[in-house]
Design a protein around this ligand. Sequence first.
Ligand SMILES: O=C(O)CCC(=O)C(=O)O
Ligand SMILES: [Fe+2]
Length: 361
Amino acid sequence: MALIRSLDLLDAFELEHRQVFLDDLRGALIELGFFILTNFSQYGPSQADFDAITNEALKFFSSPKNVKEEIEMINSPHFLGYTRLGNEITAKQKDWREQIDLATELPAPDKHLPTYRQIEGPNLWPDAKVLPQFRHIVEDYIRKMTVLSETIRKLVACALGLDENAFEFLFKKNQQCKMKLVSYPERSASLEEAESGQGVGPHRDSDFLTYIYQATEHQNTLQVQSYKGDWISVGHVKGSLVVNAGQTLEAISSGVCKASIHRVNSPQPGSGTRISIPFFLTINLDSYKTTITGFSNKTIAMKEERDNIINEWGADVGFQFAPQVDKEPVGQAVFLNRIKAHQDVAKRWYPDILENVLKQF
Ligand SMILES: O=C(O)CCC(=O)C(=O)O
Ligand SMILES: [Fe+2]
């Protein structure tokens, strides 16, 4: 059974450990698309930052219903805001989680821009009288995670045998990054009808790289599917981040990196609510015809070896839109996946597009 590698970021900046770090990073990206990152506080959030954002998440989820419902995502054409339990659909089933989608604060895009640009825009912030620290702590977290993700994407380029700046043209100056605070209730002992045990169903992320902070200590909830088809539980390592590749990285690397399929099982009865905080690094949504070339021979050989294994791979994640950078801007697929996941929001703001999307799966 494949193991999830753990990478210590400090190794990347120590001469005698750097090559091993890069080899491990390449292995992790090509062989599984998932890894655990440790020792990064010098380059990103510290444990105090994680504690602060976790605390805001707990306060948000336990705040009165009306505080959450007045910022429901249905009020946002940018797919930002609160989603109540069971209101998101993955692999054709309801996800048993509630969450708030947040992003780098940006103005609403001009109406004349392509529709997919509407996934950028202003946040719906909870009432500051109820949660006075919330906005400040979220913005600070986004800032620190953005810096960390800039460091990591350069190391990813090096690991694949590219110049460290090979990906930089894909990112805008004020690049929108997204994040979520997510709460997964534990399963009740007598399984209720609404629960299928699906916290979030099997899916691939649409972005470049995702960084998940597992704020509670559940061990067997987040799972990744190996390219041989088995589900591997991602354990909880205190103070670590789980990093995974998304479909945008897969598209711009011509499949060298693959977006791994992952899911979250609802926590077992008695194990309490699971809180997680994923951060999504997206690229300029207008990126088009931007496939990267020049990977090292070692990288290509590993990709080919993996692709032979994938021939036996049989995961069913249902239909997902995948970016096709040679045919259309990357934002198009990212936008259509939002339409598919949040159909109530799509029905209000993009009814014609929703109708078309529903015909495709
Ligand atoms: O909650 C997690 O650990 C992962 C969530 C996830 O995969 C997602 O929201 O895309
Ligand atoms: Fe995901």
